[in-house]
Design a protein around this ligand. Structure first.
Ligand code: F6P
Length: 328
C-alpha cells in the first residue's frame, strides 16, 4: 500500500532538536507527497484528536528552536487501553497509516503497546537529553544539554575558585549517569556520582579531601538519581563530616532541557527524521532510528525502552586517572 499520510508526535520530556526532527519528517515526507499530521502534546493529543495537518511553511524557521512546537506530555491516560482505542480511532478516521514517535523510553513503551494493540506501524526517533535508549549511541538533545551543563559548571567554577569552595552540582538523569559522567569530563570536574556506581558517603568525603588538597576549589557532579540522593542531601551530609570545608550545592534543573539546539543536534535530528520516513516507505516498522558508530541504523522498538545500558567504564576510569596525582 502506498504511504500517503502519517501521524507524528513528540512525547515525554522535551529535548533540544525535537523541532529539527519535526522539520526533517515533514519536509522529507512532503517531498514524496506524504502528508504529515502532528498531534499536540504527545499521546494526549492523539486521544483527544487535537492536531495540525502540516503545510510545508509550518516548519519553516523552527530548526533553531528549543522545545517542541507541537508540545509534549507524559500521558497517564495512554496507559489505559480504552484511551488507546480512542487514539487509534482518530488515526483511522483520518486514514493515517503510520505513526512516528519522537521521545524517550516511556514514549517508546507506549508506542510499542499501541502497535501491539492495533497493528499500527510505528517508528521511534530517540529524543531525550538522557541518552539512555538501547539501540542507539545517541539521542537528540544530549549534545545541547552537555553544552549547557558545561557552561553552567564553568560559571560556578569562577565563584567556587574565588571563595575556595567545594561545589556539588546536580544534573538530570534519574536512572542514567550519562549527562553527569560526560559533563564531568567536559567541564573538568574532580569527581562524579552516578546511579550506575555505588559510592558510600565516607568515600565521597575522602574524595573531597583528596581532590581539594592544594586546589582553590573542587567540583563534584551529581546525577539526580544517585543512590546517596541529590546534591543538596549529599552536600549537607558532607558538611557534617567535613565541618571546616566551605561546601555549597547547585541544582541545574530544567535549564538543561531548554535552549537552541547545537549544530550536531540539528543535523542528527534532521537525518533521523528523514530516515524514519524512509523506513515507513520501505514497509519497516516496530523500529527506532539509531545512530550506531556514526551510521543511522534501525533497531528494535521492543528493546529500546529498556534503559539499562552499560556504563562507559573507560570514561569513568579516565576521570579517576585525572584526579589522581602521582606520588613519588
Ligand atoms: O527524561 C528526561 C528528563 O529530563 C530526566 O533527565 C529527568 O529526570 C526528567 O526528564 C524530569 O522530568 P520532568 O520535567 O517531567 O520533571
Amino acid at each position: 500500500m502506498k504511504l500517503t499520510k502519517i501521524g507524528l508526535i513528540t512525547s515525554g520530556g522535551d529535548a533540544p532538536g525535537m523541532n529539527a526532527a519535526i522539520r526533517g519528517v515533514v519536509k522529507y515526507a512532503m517531498s514524496f507527497n506524504i502528508n504529515v499530521v502532528g498531534f499536540y502534546d504527545g499521546f494526549d493529543g492523539l486521544i483527544d484528536n487535537r492536531f495540525i495537518l502540516f503545510d510545508y511553511s509550518d516548519v519553516n524557521n523552527i530548526v533553531q528552536l528549543g522545545g517542541t512546537i507541537i508540545g509534549t506530555a507524559r500521558s497517564e491516560r495512554f496507559l489505559d487501553k480504552s484511551q488507546r482505542e480512542r487514539a487509534y480511532q482518530n488515526l483511522q478516521n483520518q486514514h493515517i497509516q503510520a505513526l512516528i514517535v519522537i521521545g524517550g523510553d516511556g514514549s517508546f513503551r507506549g508506542a510499542l503497546q499501541f502497535m501491539l494493540d492495533f497493528e499500527i506501524p510505528v517508528i521511534g526517533i530517540p529524543g531525550t537529553i538522557d541518552n539512555d535508549i538501547q539501540g542507539t549511541n545517541y539521542t537528540i538533545g544530549f549534545d545541547t544539554c552537555l553544552n549547557t551543563v558545561t557552561e553552567a559548571v564553568d560559571k560556578i567554577r569562577d565563584t567556587a575558585t574565588s571563595h575556595h569552595r567545594i561545589f556539588f552540582i546536580e544534573v538530570m538523569g534519574r536512572n542514567a549517569g550519562k549527562i553527569a559522567l560526560n559533563s564531568a569530563l567536559s567541564a573538568g570536574a574532580d569527581s562524579v556520582l552516578i546511579p550506575e556506581e555505588h559510592t558510600s558517603i565516607e568515600e565521597v568525603a575522602q574524595k573531597v579531601i583528596d581532590d581539594n588538597r592544594g586546589q582553590r576549589s573542587s567540583i563534584v557532579i551529581v546525577a539526580e538519581g544517585d543512590e546517596l540522593g541529590g546534591a543538596q542531601k549529599i552536600s549537607e551530609a558532607i558538611s557534617k563530616i567535613l565541618p571546616n570545608h566551605d561546601i555549597k550545592y547547585s541544582v541545574l534543573g530544567h535549564i538543561q532541557r531548554g535552549g537552541k539546539p547545537t549544530a550536531f543536534d540539528r543535523m542528527i535530528a534532521t537525518q533521523m527524521g528523514a530516515r524514519a520516513v524512509d523506513a515507513l516507505m520501505n514497509g519497516e516498522f516496530g523500529k527506532i532510528v539509531g545512530l550506531i558508530e556514526g551510521k543511522l541504523e534501525l533497531a528494535d522498538l521492543e528493546t529500546s525502552h529498556n534503559t539499562l545500558k552499560l556504563l562507559n567504564l573507560a570514561k569513568l576510569s579516565l576521570l579517576e586517572h585525572m584526579r589522581t596525582r602521582k606520588k613519588d
